[in-house]
Design a protein around this ligand. Structure first.
Ligand SMILES: [Zn+2]
Length: 325
């Protein structure tokens, strides 16, 4: 697919516009900080024989109401205050997952880079902290094509950020967001934000467009990694099941943004394109997680994003996993 050259020339402007939305404009050009003196942005664990590491790409933030679109104002405020969280802005993590299975290194979710503000793009430092470089990655699989999941596919110079990787993208998202000019008026953000959001998707995937592999959720990508249909948030969104022997890890992608508002409370994410389908996917997959007591990774949950779902009288509760050294 062809992209006009001028799209390659607006990186800085797009980044600054995106940063302005999150209210941190001046820092838009800041490089990812050196690891020294910082807390760890990686977390290793195992799923059976599979070695895994959560690699943080950093943070993004926005108005809480965006992530809890049908929450009554006062109840949302109270829920945030009871969780000792700010009431004017909600911070979300970007928890990508690296797994090593069948001799291949597979990155699940590419992360935002700076497509959603200046506090993303830390993935590469965290990869380096565990001794790996971008060309050590064999496969990248994304759950859906929102900018915070595909932003890092494009390098700073406009090429492939993971030069050797085969990139897997859900076909229905590629059709909706990349092959077409989608109507994003369902998103609870202003028209300018929507325009940049749509543009950031096309720019992010442009370097891999020639050899992307499109998948339908339900298929196995590599041994030990199965994709599960979870559409609603976007037309093609997938959840993932990483499995080895009797051990399993369920990745819920963007079925929920923050457990305080979308798990412990039933509020619906504003960016869900089909809110009823998203609700059905959320219930189906959360019910499975609760029934099978699965270890769960939430892409946007507080780092490292690992825990379990508990079924309660009124819905669900998020139970973070204990830290392991
Ligand atoms: Zn997301």
């Amino acid at each position: 697919m062809d992209f006009p050259l001028n799209k390659l020339l607006i990186t800085r402007r797009t980044v600054m516009l995106a940063a302005a939305v999150t209210g941190v404009g001046g820092a838009a050009k800041a490089q990812a900080p050196a690891a020294t003196g910082r807390n760890a942005g990686h977390y290793r664990f195992r799923i059976g024989e599979i070695q895994a590491a959560v690699l943080s790409d950093g943070l993004l933030a926005g108005p809480p109401k965006v992530y809890a679109s049908d929450a009554p104002e006062m109840e949302l405020r109270e829920a945030l205050m009871c969780a000792f969280l700010p009431t004017d802005t909600m911070t979300l993590n970007l928890n990508t997952l690296l797994i090593e299975t069948g001799g291949r290194r597979v990155l699940i979710e590419a992360g935002a880079g700076q497509s959603m503000g200046p506090n993303g793009g830390r993935l590469f430092d965290n990869l380096s902290a565990i001794g790996l470089r971008p060309d050590d990655i064999d496969v990248v699989v994304v759950s859906h094509t929102h900018p915070d999941h595909v932003g890092n596919l494009r390098s700073a110079t406009g090429g492939k950020a993971f030069p050797r990787a085969t990139v897997y993208v859900p076909e229905a998202d590629w059709d909706f967001f990349v092959r077409n000019d989608p109507d994003l008026s369902y998103m609870p953000v202003n028209a300018e934000f929507r325009r940049r959001f749509g543009e950031a998707i096309k720019r992010s995937v442009e370097p891999i467009a020639g050899d992307v592999v499109l998948y339908r959720p339900g298929s196995e990508i590599v041994a030990g990694l199965t994709t599960l249909p979870a559409s609603g948030h976007t037309p093609g969104m997938a959840s993932f099941l990483v499995h080895s022997g009797s051990d399993q890890l369920l990745l819920t992608a963007d079925l929920a943004y923050h457990p305080i508002v979308n798990v412990d409370r039933p509020w619906r994410p504003g960016p869900d394109r089909d809110k009823d389908a998203a609700l059905q996917s959320r219930r189906r997959i959360f019910d499975r997680a609760a029934a099978d007591k699965l270890l769960v990774l939430g892409f946007h949950y507080p780092f490292p994003g690992l825990g379990r779902m508990l079924k309660t009288d009124s819905g669900y509760a998020w139970v973070p996993a204990n830290w392991q050294f």
